[in-house]
Design a protein around this ligand. Structure first.
Ligand code: GLN
Length: 290
């Protein structure tokens, strides 16, 4: 017996609610399955749902509820800065907060380098969201991206190709590819893993069991990647540069201090909060005297 779309969605939202999951997941999945936008789905609420689609929906909603499988691993993509990015279990699913890192970087870089050629590097690119978005917003910029994971680089390359972004990809550990090639940049952007190791266990299962730990775990205090990166930064920055980091809540002062230790008065550091009033970004304008 076929259910209507509305009946299927009601079942999904009450099942999701019952288990403390996001009640919208059923609608997101069904829209993707039927390839319709929200408005179209609403006009079709009374239509019968094909048995195959209904079975699919039920199975996927159960997977999400019972195993915490993220919706984005079921649909295969997530939107970032207005564009769809392919994701897989090998890359961190893009977070909306990271869009604020892009906006803050664009605003500053456009102001700092209005007519100078801009060389960008994104370290630990993952799915490529930062590098690809910057390259598409500014096709005249030279954008490179690094990751230590071959699997992540495959996803990032695919996103760059699908979305038409021109990016030089390097495999390697943090700044190593830049140091080896002598490549210098004036926009350095990075969303490193920053969750303190002891906090990893208490993450939501959707994150803990499905996002790659390599993209999340930042050592005992969550700051070990910043320490390693900032120590090498003077070697890869041009004489005037913008550094943009995503950070975890409460990490701003420690990262500011690391930058000031290395660059002294040549670094003007700003700590910014995200839309939820949590410390989420550090921007540093640096005059690098080497
Ligand atoms: N914001 C992510 C989370 O809380 C963490 C991302 C990161 O470590 N870079 O799940």
């Amino acid at each position: 017996m076929k259910r209507s779309i509305q009946e299927a969605l009601r079942w999904a939202s009450s099942f999701l609610n019952q288990y403390g999951r996001d009640a919208n997941v059923g609608e997101i999945l069904l829209r993707d399955r039927l390839q319709v936008d929200r408005t179209e789905l609403l006009t079709r609420l009374q239509d019968p749902l094909d048995i195959a689609d209904d079975d699919w929906l039920e199975e996927k909603v159960r997977d999400h509820v019972m195993k915490g499988i993220p919706v984005q691993h079921i649909t295969g993509y997530e939107w970032f800065y207005g564009r769809p990015f392919t994701v897989s279990p090998d890359v961190l699913i893009p977070r909306p907060e990271t869009e604020e890192l892009v906006a803050g970087t664009l605003r500053r870089a456009q102001h700092m380098f209005p007519q100078r050629s801009t060389h960008v590097c994104d370290i630990g690119t993952g799915s490529g969201i930062l590098a690809v978005t910057l390259a598409l917003e500014h096709p005249e910029w030279y954008v490179s991206a690094v990751d230590i994971s071959h699997e992540a680089l495959d996803v990032a390359r695919k996103n760059a190709a699908n979305l038409g972004a021109n990016i030089a990809f390097y495999h390697g550990n943090l700044l190593e590819p830049l140091l080896l090639t002598g490549h210098q940049v004036n926009v350095f952007i990075c969303n490193p893993p920053y969750i303190p190791d002891p906090d990893m266990l208490s993450l939501d299962d959707v994150v803990k069991d499905h996002d790659p730990a390599i993209a999340l775990a930042g050592g005992e205090d969550g700051l070990s990647m910043y320490r390693r990166i900032i120590a090498d930064l003077p070697k890869v920055l041009m004489d005037k540069a913008l550094v943009a980091f995503e950070i975890g809540s409460g990490q701003g002062m420690s990262i500011k201090n690391m930058l000031v230790d290395v660059f002294g008065a040549n670094a003007r550091v700003e700590i910014e909060t995200d839309i939820n009033q949590k410390e989420r970004m550090v921007f540093a304008i640096i005059h690098n005297n080497k």
